[in-house]
Design a protein around this ligand. Structure first.
Ligand code: HEM
Length: 277
């Protein structure tokens, strides 16, 4: 069952051209929603202004070669391995959700465009990956929803207290859950709920957290460039070694006011987990 293409079973009811049109429409809604989001939140303007201010504060120029290597590093770390997450559970859950979503979306497009309606049978592996993608998305998503989410873990809110910011995760969960239920039961009600959830997910980009998957990589890249060019996001210089001649030249009375105290106390936020409810 998990190696068969659920879309070819439904092709007798819904013409493949309609399914393909739906996928194209969802794609256009994501593109449109992201562009509108960029304009509405003025994120592009903010990025360029930030880059301009950073340039003024920069102490060195970051060349093209270095920028390419920063971009490759951002792709390998922040994008492909979710390295921004310090909490390993959050990171694991994000990796499951992210890769599950990508596998699910790519295999949906392959199944609908290449193996629905015609004579060609979908290779078992593609259908298997479609189910696996949905399952990974559901497992990562429910783990996040019930246990990891800040509202639940740190604020003590109940898992069923919904806010506008939950639109993204809830529609991801609904889409993957109903997709699996539809494939296993063949129920038209499950199919209708699957389509309703996916339409909601892809048509609410302007209001949901969907577009973070495009903005976060850009923000991570910009942050790294700001540290490489010495503008340091306008954060103060923290000396690391109290005996370093360069540090002593910059802060001659450092030893007087710091004594033996550690020069960097680390991030306060990391000292204790925030769950005092
Ligand atoms: C296919 C793509 C992706 C999916 C399905 C996805 C899914 C999610 C989900 C469900 C959340 C939790 C949102 C919430 O608080 O309600 C999240 C948060 C986050 N994602 Fe992604 N993500 C994707 C791509 C990315 C990429 C490419 C990056 C970074 C380069 C990224 C970085 C983050 C970060 C840093 C957070 C924490 C944000 C916060 O707490 O404000 N995500 N993601």
């Amino acid at each position: 069952m998990i190696t068969s293409n659920p879309f070819s079973d439904i092709a007798t009811l819904i013409p493949p051209a309609v399914m393909q049109g739906y996928v194209v429409l969802m794609f256009l809604l994501v593109v449109g929603g992201t562009i509108l989001d960029t304009v509405h939140k003025k994120s592009a303007k903010y990025f360029f202004e930030l880059a301009k201010t950073a340039k003024k504060r920069a102490t060195r120029t970051v060349g093209t070669g270095e920028k390419v290597s920063i971009a490759v590093g951002t792709l390998a770390n922040e994008v492909l391995t979710s390295s921004e997450f310090n909490n390993q559970k959050r990171r694991m859950s994000h990796l499951l959700t992210m890769y599950g979503f990508i596998i699910f979306v790519v295999t949906t497009a392959i199944l609908i465009f290449s193996y629905t309606g015609g004579d060609a049978q979908a290779p078992g592996i593609v259908s298997l990956l479609w189910h696996l993608g949905a399952l990974m998305l559901a497992v990562g998503g429910y783990w996040f929803w019930f246990f990891i989410r800040v509202d639940v873990f740190a604020e003590g809110n109940k898992w069923y207290q919904l806010q506008q910011r939950d639109m993204f995760i809830v529609s991801l969960l609904a889409m993957s859950t109903f997709a699996l239920l539809w494939s296993f039961t063949g129920s038209m009600l499950m199919f209708a709920l699957f389509i309703a959830a996916s339409t909601f997910l892809f048509s609410t980009v302007l209001w949901s957290k969907f577009a973070h998957m495009f903005f976060k990589p850009a923000a991570a890249f910009q942050k790294k460039v700001a540290w490489a060019d010495g503008s340091r996001e306008n954060l103060p210089f923290i000396p690391e070694n109290r005996n370093d001649p360069e540090t002593l030249a910059k802060f001659p009375d450092l030893k007087t006011y710091m004594g033996d105290a550690p020069l960097s106390m680390g991030l306060g936020i990391k000292r204790e987990t925030p769950n005092h409810h």
